[in-house]
Design a binder for this molecule. Structure first.
Ligand SMILES: Cc1ncc(COP(=O)(O)O)c(C=O)c1O
Length: 464
C-alpha cells in the first residue's frame, strides 16, 4: 500500500511555486535572518531539523505563547506542531513559567536533590504504576540509559526495535529495512551510516508477532524498545492483542520491555501505558513532561531496582560512568517537572485535548470523504495523523510508503500561508488544552480548502 498522488507532478510543482512565492512575500524578516544565520550556522539553523520544513528558509520566531506563534514579520500562527510535542501543553504553560522564574533565583543546579523530587517521584509512580524513577535531560538520554541498564542486567548485546521507529539519536535504534525487507546496510538505502547495525540490533515490523517471536528466540536481545503506537513514521496503531503478545514474548525470553511514552503521553496523564493497562519493565518519556524545559524521566519495577543495585557495583547506578549527567535532575528541571505535572498535564487538560483532537480528526475525515480522497486519519489521544493512503497502515513499512514528500511539503506550506502550523516531516497534529473549537475548526477549514483545490485539479470533483 503506497501513496496515491491524485494530481500530476507538474500540477503539484505549480501549486508549490505559487505557495512558495506567497511565503516569501509574507516573511521578508525571516528571509533576512536566515541570510545572516547562514554566515555563522551550518545551513542557517542551530539544529538540523529546524531547516527541514520544506520551505526555502524557516520561519524565525519572535514569540510563542499558549497555542500561538508569532514570527519576526508579525505573522501569527495557530500552532498544532507545538515544538513536535515539546510544547504539548501549550507554549510556556503559566504554572511552569512562574515556577521556573521563581526557581531561577534560588539556584539552578547544585548536584544535590531538592524536595520537589519526592513529589515528582510519587506522582510518576501513581500515574504509570512503576515504583522507581530517575531523571534525565532528554528522551534520547533516558532511552540510552535504560538500554545500558538492560544490557548490564541481561549480559546480552542486542536490542530489538520496530522498523521505521524513532527513539532519539540512539545508534542502535537508527535502523530500518531496505527495499528487500532486510536491515539496510548498503549505503544507497542506509540513511543512518556509521553504525554497526547487525552487531547491535534486531529489527522486525510492528504488529508481526511471528517475526517478533523468531527474533527474541535467539535470547541475545537485552530489551525491546517500543512506542506503544508508532508515531514517527506517520502513525501505526497496535493490532488487538499485540501488546499482550509483546509482553508475553518478552517475559518468556527474559527480555526487558521498554515503553517509550514520549509521544504517546498524548493518550492521558499516565500515557498509553495507563490508558491501556500495559505492564512494561521500563517507561521512558521526555519532551513536554516539564512544559518544554529539557527534562526526561524513566521508571522501572522494584525487581529491576534491586537488580540494578546488585549488578552495578557496591554504589549501584552512581558507580558507572555514562548514566546520568551533570545537569540531569537539577533544581530548575525538577521544579519545572513538578509544576507541569501538577498544573498543566492534568486529567482535565487531557480530557479537553482528547476531545479537541477527536473534533479535529472527525472534521478531517469528513473532508476526505467529501472529496473522495485516498487518505486516512489515525488517532492517538490528543494527536492525529493524516496519511496519504486509503486505510490505516499496519506496520512501519506501510506507513513509510504513505510518505509523499512533495505533497507533505506542499500541504504544510499551504497551511502555513494561512496561519496554521503542523509538525514538519509528516502530518502530525496535536491539540493543546487551550485550543478552542474555533482554532480547531480553522485547521479543518484550512485542510478542507487545500483538499478541495486538489480535488478540482484532479478531476475527481464531481459535485462540489
Ligand atoms: C518516541 C520518541 N522517543 C524519543 C525521542 C527523542 O526525544 P529528544 O529528541 O527530545 O531526545 C523522540 C523524538 O522525536 C521520540 O519521538
Amino acid at each position: 500500500m503506497t501513496f496515491q498522488r491524485i494530481i500530476s507532478d507538474q500540477q503539484l510543482e505549480e501549486l508549490m511555486q505559487r505557495e512558495a512565492a506567497r511565503f516569501e512575500k509574507r516573511t521578508p524578516g525571516s528571509k533576512a535572518a536566515f541570510r545572516q544565520a547562514g554566515e555563522v550556522l551550518l545551513n542557517g539553523v542551530p539544529m538540523p531539523w529546524m531547516g527541514d520544513w520544506g520551505t526555502a528558509y524557516p520561519l524565525f520566531i519572535d514569540h510563542a505563547s499558549e497555542n500561538r506563534i508569532k514570527d519576526v514579520d508579525g505573522n501569527t500562527y495557530i500552532d498544532f506542531c507545538l515544538g513536535d510535542t515539546g510544547a504539548m501543553f501549550g507554549h510556556s504553560p503559566a504554572p511552569t513559567a512562574e515556577a521556573v522564574t521563581r526557581q531561577i533565583h534560588r539556584g539552578i543546579t547544585t548536584m544535590l536533590p531538592t524536595k520537589d523530587a519526592v513529589w515528582v517521584g510519587r506522582e510518576l509512580k501513581s500515574r504509570f504504576g512503576l515504583p522507581y524513577w530517575q531523571v534525565a535531560m532528554t528522551a534520547t538520554e533516558a532511552n540510552r540509559y535504560v538500554i545500558r541498564i538492560c544490557r548490564t542486567l541481561t549480559h546480552r548485546p542486542k536490542i530489538l526495535v520496530f522498523n521505521e521507529c524513532y527513539h532519539g539519536s540512539i545508534d542502535e535504534a537508527l535502523v530500518h529495512f531496505g527495499p528487500d525487507g532486510r536491515l539496510a546496510l548498503r549505503s544507497e538505502y542506509d540513511i543512518n551510516p556509521g553504525i554497526p547495525k547487525e552487531a547491535l540490533t534486531r529489527v522486525v515490523e510492528f504488529n508481526d508477532p511471528d517475526a517478533l517471536e523468531e527474533a527474541l528466540a535467539h535470547e541475545d536481545v537485552a530489551c525491546v524498545l517500543a512506542e506503544p503506537v508508532m508515531t514517527n513514521c506517520g502513525m501505526v496503531l497496535p493490532a488487538p492483542g499485540y501488546h499482550a503478545k509483546l509482553r508475553e514474548l518478552c517475559t518468556r525470553t527474559g527480555t526487558y520491555l521498554i515503553i517509550d511514552e514520549t509521544h504517546t503521553l498524548s493518550s492521558g496523564p499516565g500515557g498509553y501505558t495507563a490508558a491501556h493497562g500495559l505492564e512494561p519493565d521500563f517507561v521512558t518519556l521526555g519532551k513536554c513532561i516539564a512544559g518544554g524545559v529539557p527534562v526526561a524521566v524513566y521508571g522501572f519495577t522494584a525487581a529491576i531496582s534491586e537488580k540494578i543495585n546488585a549488578s552495578f557495583g557496591h554504589k549501584g547506578l552512581s558507580d558507572p560512568m555514562g548514566i546520568g549527567g551533570t545537569l540531569s535532575g537539577n533544581a530548575l528541571a525538577i521544579n519545572a517537572l513538578r509544576a507541569t505535572l501538577k498544573h498543566a498535564a492534568t486529567q482535565t487538560a487531557f480530557e479537553k485535548m482528547i476531545a479537541g483532537a477527536n473534533r479535529m480528526a472527525d472534521g478531517l475525515e469528513a473532508s476526505i470523504e467529501k472529496y473522495d480522497l485516498p487518505w486516512s486519519v489515525t488517532r492517538c489521544g490528543a494527536r492525529a495523523e493524516l496519511q496519504f493512503v486509503p486505510r490505516l497502515p499496519t506496520c512501519g513499512s506501510e506507513a513509510k510508503a504513505a510518505f509523499d514528500w512533495p505533497m507533505i511539503y506542499y500541504t504544510h506550506l499551504f497551511l502555513a500561508n494561512r496561519g496554521l502550523l503542523i509538525t514538519p516531516f509528516h502530518n502530525m497534529m496535536l491539540v493543546p488544552p487551550m485550543a478552542t473549537e474555533e482554532d480547531i475548526d480553522c485547521l479543518v477549514k484550512g485542510w478542507d480548502a487545500c483538499m478541495q483545490e486538489l480535488s478540482v485539479l484532479s478531476g475527481r470533483n464531481r459535485s462540489h
